[in-house]
Write a protein that binds this ligand. Structure first.
Ligand code: PMT
Length: 399
């Protein structure tokens, strides 16, 4: 099967000597049946001509942000929406810096900023530029924003120096994109459920018990599953996060509602329980607001454990059940105990006694405990990257 057939690729060529190789990228993509539209930055036109790109792609080539003809025919927003993916090759240090600061002062940077698609960059620059701390910081920033970096490679440079900074060869760039499309395609047959956020257990119509979960980690996992082609359902307690496009989102308040929604959305292939579900609920929720005259004695009863219930489901157990563990002490011992007692396949533990990770932070550090008694640490990084790392492992497990 030709995974490239009829795919729409928006190729952005920036001003670097490697730009001449981008013409080969157009040729290879066309040969595989892609439709390729090309944007040349002003500096790119010094290295390759719009005519060469137009001849090879058999499409109009775009260079100016304020071009009357283009705006009437296909404006910069439509251009960013048209593509299945955006490929920036070569991506210069200047373009990487512009992306990292959100600058939009020409057609290429405006389209990139306006894009809602997966964006690949194949950087190419002199080794000193590549190694410059400013460039490295920009790369970390854009990786955290979800941009995908291909290369660069080590080798002789056009400037005569040697080192890292050569653009990855066109056929290798095509290979990286092929792997991406293949993954997406293959994963489309998989269904996933993610639980996220806190639950609320009501004392009376206006008061409830809850916790500090923001939903950030669970939302990031759901988003990454979607990006990798999974048919994803997100069941979430109350959060301040925006809905994620192309995901079925179910909003609940109590643990009981989360359990009911989880059950009614089975069967799935993968279930990831990252929600901070309240362990206790009030056994007798009053219909009226509780009066404050007297001391209040609450009797709390155990909530059903959703993770445990689904892990031990006779007929509808997902192929892979992943639980989380929020620990403040004895992380390894407690996580292994949860893995054993709850019957799930993995426990992803985070130490929530640390102030910079876990609840409500944009960062996390997790230790994945597997059933075969091995474990793997993913050191502190953005929750988005943690999510991508978890999803990578899910993909290799279920395939
Ligand atoms: O939401 P964020 O602010 O981004 O923070 C992320 C997080 C810290 C909430 C997340 O990384 C995390 O650790 N989630 C699990 C929180 C938790 O409730 O852990 P636990 O150790 O109490 O529970 C263990 C597992 O059982 C969890 O998968 C939990 O979803 C599940 N559980 C717990 C109780 C219950 N009644 N039903 C359950 O399914």
């Amino acid at each position: 099967m030709n995974i490239f057939l009829n795919k729409k690729i928006l190729l952005i060529i920036c001003g670097g000597i490697a730009a001449y190789k981008s013409l080969e990228i157009i040729r290879l993509l066309k040969k595989r049946g892609c439709q390729v539209k090309t944007i040349l930055t002003r500096n790119a036109t010094k290295f390759v001509t719009p005519l060469s790109a137009a001849s090879l792609s058999q499409e109009k080539v775009y260079t100016d942000l304020f071009d009357e003809d283009n705006e009437a025919e296909m404006d910069h927003i439509s251009l960013s929406r048209w593509a299945d993916i955006v490929l920036i090759a070569p991506a210069t240090a200047n373009t990487i810096s512009k992306i990292s600061s959100g600058s939009a002062d020409d057609l290429a940077s405006t389209v990139i900023l306006a894009s809602n698609k997966d964006i690949f960059l194949a950087p190419a620059m002199n080794v000193r530029m590549w190694e410059h701390p400013a460039n490295k910081d920009n790369l970390i920033k854009i990786k955290n924003l979800g941009y995908r970096i291909i290369g660069p490679e080590i080798g002789d440079m056009a400037c005569g120096e040697y080192g890292e900074g050569k653009m990855t060869e066109p056929n290798q760039i095509i290979k990286a994109i092929e792997i991406f499309f293949n993954n997406k395609n293959q994963n489309q047959k998989f269904k996933a459920i993610v639980t996220a956020g806190p639950t609320q257990e009501f004392l009376d119509p206006v008061r409830f018990i809850t916790n500090k979960s923001s939903g950030k980690q669970g939302f990031a996992i759901a988003e990454s599953l979607r990006d990798n082609g999974f048919d994803t359902t997100l069941i979430t307690g109350p959060t301040n996060l925006k809905d994620i496009a192309d995901i079925k989102i179910i909003k609940i308040k109590t643990a009981k509602e989360m359990l009911d929604e989880t059950l009614s959305n089975l069967p799935v292939d993968v279930a990831i329980f990252s929600a901070a579900v309240a362990d206790f609920k009030i056994n007798n929720v009053g219909k009226q607001k509780i009066k404050k005259e007297k001391n209040l004695n609450l009797i709390l009863e155990r909530n059903i454990d959703i993770l445990s219930h689904i892990s031990n489901h006779n007929s509808l157990r997902p192929k892979l059940v992943v639980g989380f563990a929020a620990e403040t002490d004895n992380l390894e011992k407690n996580s292994k105990k949860k893995l054993d007692e709850k019957g799930c396949d993995w426990i992803i533990a985070n130490d929530v006694s640390k102030s910079n990770i876990g609840f409500n932070s944009d960062y996390n550090e997790v230790n994945i405990f597997y059933k075969n008694m091995t474990n793997e640490l993913i050191p502190i990084t953005k929750k988005k990257i943690i999510a991508e790392e978890i999803v990578k492992r899910i993909i290799s497990q279920i395939n």
